[in-house]
Design a protein around this ligand. Structure first.
Ligand SMILES: [Zn+2]
Length: 398
């Protein structure tokens, strides 16, 4: 993730804080409008309607009018995207934003000249109504920056994160397909048998986080001490998030480079057909709690992994209806819920085939993508590809 420490002057910081305030205000307005919406009522205002309302609000409100319309409109767009993610069931419902908590704003349609390097360690980014703001050039800024996000964390630090749509990675041309299944115990299982894990916090860091959380619970509201503890917690969490993002980048590049076709479950369908893996299909002790703990982290990592795969392997990612993938034996195609012995073990009740449950599921995803009708004995076939972009010539080579 290309995140850099932003170093605004005090005067610039004042405008940046205003931008954050405006973005938060507009976002919260949208949250409020949607909160009143209930199924059956006239639909909540969409993006176009909200833009009209924003124009009105700016006309009436000088504080808002003096701010950047680019910042304010983008906050609405981000909100619309957040709602789409919510309806797509990959994210939680967008929540109210509070002052001092994950504040920031986003700028899109960045032009080539809007980011430049001044010296070995110093860069500059052009921000609407602020002008050129310096940042620490701590590593190479990727080519072709399309947008950036400026954030102000609980510790009072400013960052700028540049977003680029990554260049597609060339396909290996081997015709090989891989299935990737997400699990709870392991983050992702490949049909090759590889089990991948999102790196989290190390034992020492986890212990430190727990200590900090306890200290926070004891700290008096509004005290300096509380502020310091909060900042320390934010730092640990940021490190965890950075590692997750790194993992997603490396894993998506690796998959795009090694396989011609990558089969993943269609999240839109899976969220409707099953709860977190291992709860309904193979309920086990502690699984629910564990799933609960990991769900947010995994959901975020998973959604991002699929998104990056689609950037890096355009047209080569197949989204598969995951129905029965975890109950169907990859060796004999027999489908039985009982074959899923535990969260991690699969043992076919018909043929005795044994495998890691997530790997077995990943193999089923791969085979479905490759066009093999994985028909369960006497039952329904596995769902076919949900997106219709069959690359027949590649697939038939397998
Ligand atoms: Zn079997």
């Amino acid at each position: 993730m290309s995140r850099y420490r932003l170093q605004p002057s005090p005067a610039q910081e004042r405008v940046l804080l205003e931008h954050c305030g405006h973005a938060r205000y507009v976002w919260n307005l949208a949250v409020e409008q949607h909160a009143h919406w209930k199924p059956g009522r006239r639909s909540a205002p969409g993006f176009a309607e909200q833009c009209r309302q924003l124009t009105e609000a700016r006309a009436e409100n000088e504080w808002l009018r003096t701010g950047s319309v680019v910042v304010q409109q983008q906050a609405l767009k981000d909100f619309a995207q957040a709602m789409a993610n919510f309806f797509g069931k990959t994210h939680k419902r967008p929540a109210w934003r509070r002052r001092g908590r994950g504040e920031g704003f986003r700028i899109v349609a960045v032009k080539a000249g809007d980011v430049r390097r001044l010296s070995r360690n110093v860069g500059e980014v052009r921000i609407p109504k602020v002008g050129w703001v310096r940042f620490r050039w701590s590593r190479a800024v990727p080519e072709g920056v399309k947008s950036y996000r400026v954030t102000h964390d609980a510790a009072g630090r400013w960052h700028v994160a540049f977003a680029v749509i990554p260049e597609p990675v060339p396909a290996p041309g081997t015709g090989e397909a891989a299935g990737v299944d997400r699990g709870v115990a392991v983050s992702a299982a490949l049909s090759t048998g590889e089990l991948l894990n999102v790196p989290g916090l190390r034992a020492g860091e986890k212990a430190r986080l727990l200590r900090l959380l306890r200290r926070l619970a004891r700290a008096e509201r509004g005290s300096n001490r509380r502020g310091r503890v909060k900042a320390a917690i934010a730092k640990v969490r940021a490190r965890e998030a950075d590692r997750r993002k790194d993992w997603v980048e490396k894993t998506s590049t690796d998959l795009a480079r090694r396989f011609d076709v990558i089969a993943v479950e269609d999240l839109k369908i899976s969220s409707m057909t099953r709860s977190a893996r291992g709860t309904r299909e193979a309920p086990g002790r502690g699984v629910r709690q564990k799933a609960g703990l990991n769900r947010g982290v995994l959901a975020a990592g998973w959604g991002r992994l699929v998104q990056r795969l689609e950037h890096k392997a355009p047209g080569r990612v197949q989204k598969i209806n995951p129905r029965y993938t975890s109950q169907t034996c990859n060796a004999c195609r027999h489908r039985a819920a009982e074959s899923r012995e535990s969260q991690s073990r699969f043992r076919c009740v018909a043929c005795g085939h044994q495998a890691h449950a997530d790997v077995n599921a990943a193999e089923n995803l791969r085979d479905t993508a490759a066009g093999h009708a994985v028909a369960a004995r006497g039952g329904l076939p596995l769902g076919g590809p949900a997106n219709r972009e069959p690359q027949r010539d590649l697939l038939l080579v397998r």
